[in-house]
Design a protein around this ligand. Structure first.
Ligand code: UDP
Ligand code: MG
Length: 317
């Protein structure tokens, strides 16, 4: 039967979990009663190296609630890696997974709609926000700008879709074949070209606690996404180089003509200007190229993504 495992990365979520656990329990129970998923379905709470009591909350819930499964990572590895760790553990024991944030910003009622799509044959179901009026204007604008930039730079992403999605066993197994260290799941999943559906929902407010994505993390996440998926910045640099060279040739012709007409000045300002200008452009270009070299370096080390500390489940094995 369809054994569902909802995977929830949790980083310092002790305030939110007491609300999330009953909400997810209700959803899972509802679907079991409706005969859509197997009796032994549940949700896997992944503790991503929290510094608060998140893991204790998970452990206690696991004892009392047969739907609660827990995975404790040895340290904080970030949202994407924590999610991947959860999916990797879940796929071994289930037929389909849904990933969702711990803070109930994504509408849990959409899970059932996703499962319906799965039953109708979809391997991937994207949860897409139909509106984001609950996000601050700043967050909304930066996020939308990010999706647009990503697509402009050639990385296929689903507009307004974060990491709320259903993936079949097959989809997760294929996802795990991507061995790169810089994981950007919402860029990888569309690359697999599996049969996909979209479910729309309206995104709410975080029910408790604070966002774990301050602006600095968001910026680095955006850059991670772009540099992991696109080499267009390199093309842009090459193009820029071409244009500047062309300008230099034209300038050179102009200088030569002036020289032969005999009206050259000592040339100090133009000389200094070009040295500074070219120096700046070159330095910038080298910086961007360096980003990619840095990534190659990190990938080449093939570090393990995470180490699992404990795995709580309700199976005998
Ligand atoms: N998260 C995580 N590890 C981290 C940061 C965040 O597992 O290092 C989890 C967090 O617990 C939440 C999800 O990722 O379940 C999304 O984080 P958050 O809701 O704070 O992000 P926002 O919705 O503000 O973008
Ligand atoms: Mg959130």
């Amino acid at each position: 039967m369809n054994r569902l495992m909802i995977v929830v990365p949790c980083f310092n979520e002790q305030e939110v979990l007491p609300l999330t656990i009953p909400a997810l329990t209700q959803v899972v129970e509802g679907m079991i009663k409706g005969g859509k998923i197997a009796e032994n379905s549940g949700f896997l709470l992944v503790n991503d190296g929290s510094r608060d009591n998140t893991w204790q909350v998970i452990e206690n819930a696991h004892k009392e609630n047969k739907y609660v499964y827990g995975l404790c990572l040895a340290g904080n590895v970030g949202h994407q890696n924590a999610l991947l760790a959860g999916l990797e553990a879940a796929v071994k024991i289930c037929d389909l997974t849904v990933s969702i944030d711990a803070d109930l910003q994504d509408d849990v009622a959409a899970i059932e709609k996703m499962v319906d799509c799965y039953i109708n044959g979809a391997d991937v179901v994207y949860g897409v926000r139909s509106e984001r009026k609950n996000d601050s204007l700043f967050k909304r604008k930066t996020a939308q700008g990010f999706y647009k930039t990503m697509n402009l730079l050639g990385a296929k992403t689903v507009y307004n879709h974060a990491d709320f999605r259903l993936m079949s066993k097959r989809a997760v197994e294929q996802l795990l074949e991507y061995k790169e260290r810089n994981v950007f799941l919402r860029g990888i999943v569309p690359l697999m070209n599996l049969k996909s559906e979209t479910v729309y929902y309206s995104r709410g407010k975080r029910v408790a606690g604070e966002s774990k994505y301050p602006f600095k993390k968001m910026l680095s996440f955006a850059w991670e996404g772009i540099s992991s998926f696109s080499t267009k910045p390199l093309t842009i640099i090459a193009f820029l180089g071409g244009v500047i060279t062309l300008c230099a040739v034209i300038a050179f012709i102009y200088i030569m003509v002036s020289y032969f007409l005999g009206n050259t000045s000592p040339g100090w300002p133009s000389l200094m200007a070009s040295i500074w200008f070219l120096g700046g452009v070159q330095l910038f270009s080298i910086g961007v190229v360096g980003q990619y070299v840095g990534k190659t370096y990190i990938e080449s080390k093939s570090r393990p993504r995470y180490f699992v500390d404990k795995f709580l489940n309700h199976d005998d094995v």
